[in-house]
Design a protein around this ligand. Structure first.
Ligand SMILES: *[C@@H]1O[C@H](CO)[C@@H](O)[C@H](O)[C@H]1NC(C)=O
Ligand SMILES: *[C@@H]1O[C@H](CO)[C@@H](O)[C@H](O)[C@H]1NC(C)=O
Ligand SMILES: *[C@@H]1O[C@H](CO)[C@@H](O)[C@H](O)[C@H]1NC(C)=O
Ligand SMILES: *[C@@H]1O[C@H](CO)[C@@H](O)[C@H](O)[C@H]1NC(C)=O
Ligand SMILES: *[C@@H]1O[C@H](CO)[C@@H](O)[C@H](O)[C@H]1NC(C)=O
Ligand SMILES: *[C@@H]1O[C@H](CO)[C@@H](O)[C@H](O)[C@H]1NC(C)=O
Ligand SMILES: *[C@@H]1O[C@H](CO)[C@@H](O)[C@H](O)[C@H]1NC(C)=O
Ligand SMILES: *[C@@H]1O[C@H](CO)[C@@H](O)[C@H](O)[C@H]1NC(C)=O
Ligand SMILES: *[C@@H]1O[C@H](CO)[C@@H](O)[C@H](O)[C@H]1NC(C)=O
Ligand SMILES: *[C@@H]1O[C@H](CO)[C@@H](O)[C@H](O)[C@H]1NC(C)=O
Ligand SMILES: *[C@@H]1O[C@H](CO)[C@@H](O)[C@H](O)[C@H]1NC(C)=O
Ligand SMILES: *[C@@H]1O[C@H](CO)[C@@H](O)[C@H](O)[C@H]1NC(C)=O
Length: 578
């Protein structure tokens, strides 16, 4: 079987040793293209009519001296793409990606009788794509990449009937409308990649895709598709990647386990329901399973343990239930990220999770677990992101003493547990020096802001709101050089607003380093933070018991996006300088 890679190699090999010289006609076509550019970064120096155009920058000729390839990716080109390129009768490969070209894509290029690879991705091309007349003979085009442009309008449907050599079509990240066409399939026996994500496709996923028996990737996420996954999709046994996240798909996923070669499934943010089928265990090559934000219910099938290649499993925000400890995670040693947030799981957190030694991100928040944290969590030597919010944990001292053995942790959310307990004392906690995000809100904790927090010198965000902490804000707070998001609202903190807060370097100036969270942190379904620097710079001291004058120096906190001092017993006013 010839893979797409091999096809390209065979086609391009004959052109490696240029000889001969290009024709007058070809030179004219190229110069016409050049004339359509408003900015070309030095092409004019090399594209000169006194030299053989085979020697021009970006041009490759065949052995016979005909122009076979125009390769001008990432040249800062501006202006229009001239239809004259369609006159290059031996042109096989045209690559204009990553420029700033505008205007339309001439239909002459799509319908060229020689072009095999056409890549105009990452430009500013506008307008529709246009339909080819149905009288057009079969075209040689194999790869069409028009992704990341500004194309609009109905996506062509009949055009694809003329493309019986098509292997890859990437039209993602445009604004195409209308239904996903049905006409690819009958004609192109080698069709392998269909990528239509980030557009405005609507309607149901059409029947007929099942005829594309070579398809390996089917992707149309972030569109407005409705209805169920059509049954015939489940006949495409070659399929490795099935991606339809963020649509309005409904119904069950029961058929999916017929696709034995699946490597990634991304059906998050839809309205799918039903349970995860027992037969999921037959997907032996599955590496990624994303079903977050759906209406899935029922228990996790025990057979999940047979998906031993799984690296990422995201089942958050569904209505899954049952004893999670029924599932044996010990066969899932490749698991790196496990997210079960916002479900209805009960029982204890299974000990077998702690044998997934490769876990870097674990989120079990907002379930109905009971029982306490296991010391075995310290086995997870790569764990950087841990979120255990709202799972009825008790004994905060014990929990933190266990967690400080997770030395790689950078993000820890354990709020909404330990209700009415007391903040651990200074001599009880030693670890957490790598923590950047620490969240211990909504616990009704009593006690003072503890000194051990001062040892968290990498801390960037600190959430202590909705507790009953009293006493002053300690002076050492200003030694946390990276701290830029502080929420201590709704406590019983007292004393004057300490000048130490006013000296916080990150609140005065300073750029927050951009780091990606292992799992996005959601404030709501529509507001999710993927990188630290997208969190605002905040100092929230509202609803406390602070007294005295508002210090004038608070005006130095030029970088703040939110300053809340309300509901205290403060006097004076917030200086205008802020
Ligand atoms: C080459 O270009 C120059 C001006 O750019 C023009 O005067 C000349 O006629 C052209 N020669 C040919 C052979 O097209
Ligand atoms: C076009 O060129 C860019 C930049 O070199 C490259 O990343 C891309 O793979 C090329 N397109 C094709 C279809 O080879
Ligand atoms: C466009 O898509 C083709 C086929 O998938 C790919 O080979 C090429 O690298 C892509 N171009 C860019 C700039 O990524
Ligand atoms: C399609 O193109 C986009 C960029 O425009 C890229 O991110 C994506 O990976 C491509 N899809 C495939 C399947 O190559
Ligand atoms: C979409 O296209 C824009 C503009 O070319 C680009 O900046 C952005 O990265 C693309 N997004 C994706 C997901 O490829
Ligand atoms: C799929 O293939 C079958 C059998 O060759 C054919 O009858 C049917 O019309 C095709 N469907 C589409 C949508 O092309
Ligand atoms: C699942 O969704 C379908 C389609 O929205 C609906 O008809 C069906 O009643 C749902 N089933 C359950 C058990 O909720
Ligand atoms: C894995 O599959 C085997 C047979 O294919 C089955 O006997 C076994 O019960 C499965 N194990 C799990 C944990 O699903
Ligand atoms: C962790 O991942 C590595 C690399 O993929 C793998 O070799 C190793 O077996 C995994 N660890 C476990 C406990 O399975
Ligand atoms: C969770 O499951 C219990 C039964 O185990 C049920 O009573 C409750 O309604 C479920 N909660 C949700 C939010 O579905
Ligand atoms: C909480 O845990 C600590 C340390 O493990 C232990 O000494 C203490 O007795 C526990 N407190 C309660 C009330 O169980
Ligand atoms: C605020 O402080 C006063 C004394 O300074 C105390 O009487 C009062 O209870 C405190 N209020 C709260 C909510 O802590």
């Amino acid at each position: 079987m010839l893979s797409y890679g091999h096809v390209l190699v065979l086609l391009l090999l004959p052109f490696v040793s240029p000889a001969g010289s290009c024709t007058e006609q070809e030179m004219r076509s190229l110069l016409q293209f050049l004339a359509g550019l408003s900015q070309d970064i030095g092409l004019t120096a090399s594209w000169h009519n006194s030299t053989d155009c085979c020697s021009w920058e970006g041009i490759t000729c065949s052995r016979e001296g005909t122009v076979a390839e125009v390769s001008l990716a990432s040249r800062s080109l501006q202006g229009h793409i001239s239809p004259s390129l369609g006159d290059l009768t031996s042109l096989v490969c045209l690559n204009l990606s990553h420029n700033s070209l505008s205007g339309g894509l001439p239909l002459e290029l799509v319908s060229s009788s020689s072009i095999v690879v056409l890549d105009v991705s990452f430009n500013r091309l506008t307008g529709g794509l246009g339909e080819l007349p149905s009288s057009t003979p079969h075209r040689p085009l194999q790869v069409l990449n028009i992704s990341s442009n500004l194309f609009t309008g109905l996506f062509p449907s009949n055009t694809w009937e003329m493309m019986n050599n098509l292997i890859t079509l990437n039209a993602s990240n445009n604004s195409f409308t209308g239904p996903i066409p049905t006409s690819f399939y009958a004609s192109a026996p080698s069709f392998a990649v269909l990528e239509l994500s980030y557009n405005q496709f609507s309607g149901r996923i059409p029947l007929g895709l099942g005829n594309c028996s070579m398809l390996t990737l089917l992707s149309a996420g972030h569109n407005n598709l409705i209805g169920a996954l059509p049954d015939d999709i489940f006949d495409i046994t070659s399929l490795k990647h099935l991606w339809f996240p963020n649509n309005q798909l409904e119904g069950s996923i029961i058929g999916i386990t017929k696709l034995k070669n699946l490597v990634t499934i991304d059906l998050g943010e839809n309205r799918l329901n039903g349970s995860i089928p027992n037969s999921i265990g037959q997907l032996k090559t599955l590496e990624k399973l994303n079903l977050e934000y759906n209406n899935m219910f029922g228990e996790l099938p025990l057979t999940l343990g047979n998906c031993t290649k799984l690296m990422t499993m995201n089942l958050g925000s569904n209505n899954l239930s049952g004893y999670l400890d029924n599932v044996n995670f010990s066969t899932l040693g490749n698991l790196r990220s496990l997210d079960l947030i916002w479900n209805n799981f009960t029982g204890t957190v299974p000990e077998s999770i702690y044998s997934c030694r490769n876990l870097t991100a674990l989120r079990l928040s907002y379930n109905r677990f009971h029982g306490q944290l296991s010391e075995k969590i310290g086995n997870l030597k790569y764990l950087t992101f841990l979120s255990l919010v709202g799972i009825s944990l008790r004994n905060i001292t014990n929990a933190l003493q266990i967690l400080q053995n997770c030395r790689t942790l950078t993000t820890l959310f354990i709020g909404y547990n330990f209700i009415h307990e007391t903040m651990p004392k200074d001599d009880e906690i030693y670890g957490f020096e790598n923590l950047r995000v620490f969240s211990l809100n909504d616990c009704s904790l009593t006690g003072k802001i503890p000194h051990w927090l001062s040892k968290l010198t990498n801390l960037e965000m600190l959430f202590l709101y909705n507790n009953k902490l009293n006493g002053p804000v300690p002076y050492w707070i200003s030694s946390l050089n990276f701290l830029f998001h502080i929420d201590m609202s709704n406590n019983s903190l007292s004393g004057e607003i300490p000048l130490a807060l006013v000296e916080m370097p990150m609140l005065q100036t300073g750029n927050v380093a951009t780091k990606t969270f292992e799992l996005p942190i959601s404030r709501s379904h529509s507001l999710q933070y993927r990188i630290t620097s997208s969190f605002p710079k905040v100092l929230n001291l509202g609803i406390n018991n602070f007294t005295g004058m508002i210090p004038n120096e608070i005006g130095h906190l030029k970088a703040l996006l939110l300053l809340n001092l309300s509901s205290n017993r403060l006097s004076g006013k917030i200086p205008d300088s802020i």
